[in-house]
Design a protein around this ligand. Structure first.
Ligand code: GLA
Length: 420
């Protein structure tokens, strides 16, 4: 990429200027599984018992998460989305699970998930009805928060359908307070800004004080065009959204669709790499009971997960764009940097990219260690600012690497060791 076509975006690397929701949760981006993108509102347990929204589905996912290394890799929350409740509240006005599909009820399911060392997430909506038409929480915020706490639920995804937009912020804040009042630690996942953007610029200071993560943009679909549109939205709003992310509160670009039908392997690598760069919650929506080994390996890649979960807790951003490449960077702890180079060209073969054209390459002064993580792990050794490091990136694929500066002091130490 020629330097003249680089569009360099300088973002402040300050810590979030705003306070996070003070519930001690989501100090790192949430990791887990969420049913929506893959299983949607399939309630037909008579003809499709393996894929319908029922307690069995979550119990099976929890079993696999423990057996197949997902829990060990850090995936912790098993999350229910829309279409779990009965269409009627009970005589006390409480939400109840559909009795046919959840015969044991949610409390029993939570006990089961906890017995596996995992956590259970549930779904509700700030308005009169959920997006799929099940009972909403409007007028019942305290009742529903208490019900979820009584069931020992650990996370609430709170959707924003069917409420006048001027009441959205107030509704999300009320539910946040209601959850807090229960005394149980319940991670609070919001969609507040998504429902406010069509009308006005959301107040990210208030959102960060209220929620542990928040959806900004459209639902992810199982397609590259969907993943691309999410990346483009995030990059074009990064000056607004990146500073609001940090320990306790994160921008949520929606679920990982890796392991499904719509993405090529290179595109799956792009989603995984960029979600880690964006410090996004890693909530997979796929069928863990039947997943291709390459997708599994990618989702469990410890080096990528380490970038996602980096303790510095800063969200990355797109730092350059040109010649059909995008460069994204994320500052990491210990002065390290993660760099993702996305080849946007969807024709041809692998394209050559010179790493010295990366804006953050100045980090490599006077020397740095480079580790390639995607498309395959490779130690690239010690480099300098002048190194001509070349990568080849597949169409709609991503090269992911980390850059670790070697400080003068460390070099001196090494030198002393070798000379004494
Ligand atoms: C909205 C949300 C999705 C999902 C569905 C459920 O579209 O954005 O993530 O929860 O509702 O109906």
């Amino acid at each position: 990429m020629s330097k003249t076509v680089l569009l360099i975006v300088v973002l402040s690397l300050r810590s979030p200027a705003v306070e996070a929701l003070d519930n001690g949760l989501a100090l790192k981006p949430t990791m887990g599984w969420l049913h929506w993108e893959r299983f949607m509102c399939n309630t037909d347990c008579d003809t499709d018992p393996d894929n319908c929204i029922s307690e069995r589905l979550y119990m099976q996912m929890a079993d696999v998460m423990v057996k197949e290394g997902w829990k060990e890799a850090g995936y912790e929350y098993v999350c229910i989305d829309d279409c779990w409740p009965s269409l009627q509240r009970d005589a006390q006005g409480r939400l109840q699970a559909d009795p046919k599909r959840f015969p044991g009820g949610i409390k029993k399911l939570a006990d089961y998930v906890h017995s596996k060392g995992l956590k259970l997430g549930i779904y509700a909506d700030v308005g009169e009805k959920t997006c799929a038409g099940y009972p909403g929480s409007q007028g019942y915020y305290e009742t529903d928060a208490q019900t979820f706490a009584d069931w020992d639920v650990d996370l609430l995804k709170f959707d924003g359908c069917n409420l006048k937009w001027t009441l959205i912020g107030e509704g999300y804040i009320k539910m946040s307070k209601a959850l807090n009042k229960t005394g149980r630690s319940i991670l609070y996942s919001c969609e507040w800004p998504l429902y406010e953007w069509p009308f006005q610029k959301p107040n990210y200071t208030a959102i960060r004080e209220t929620c542990n993560h928040w959806r900004n943009f459209n639902d992810v679909f199982d397609s590259w065009s969907s993943v691309k549109s999410i990346l483009e939205w995030t990059a074009s709003h990064q000056d607004i959204v990146v500073p609001s992310a940090g320990p306790g509160g994160w921008n949520d670009p929606d679920m990982l669709v890796i392991g499904n039908f719509g993405l090529s392997h290179d595109q799956q690598e792009s989603q995984m790499a960029l979600w880690a760069i964006m410090a996004a919650p890693l909530l997979m929506s796929n069928d863990l009971r039947d997943i291709c080994p390459r997708s599994k390996e990618l989702l469990q890649n410890r080096r990528i997960i380490d970038i996602s979960q980096d303790p510095l807790g800063k969200q990355g951003y797109r730092s350059a764009k040109g010649n059909s490449f995008e460069v994204w960077e994320r500052p990491l702890s210990k002065n390290r940097l993660a760099v993702a180079v996305l080849n946007q060209q969807e024709i041809g073969g692998p394209r050559r990219f010179a790493v010295s054209d990366v804006p953050g390459w100045k980090f490599c002064e006077p020397q740095c260690n480079v580790t390639l993580i995607l498309p395959q792990y490779k130690e690239m050794g010690v480099q300098t600012k002048e190194s001509k490091l070349i990568l080849y990136v597949n169409p709609s694929g991503t090269a992911l690497l980390t850059v670790t500066p070697i400080s003068k002091d460390i070099r001196r130490l090494h030198w002393k060791k070798h000379t004494s």
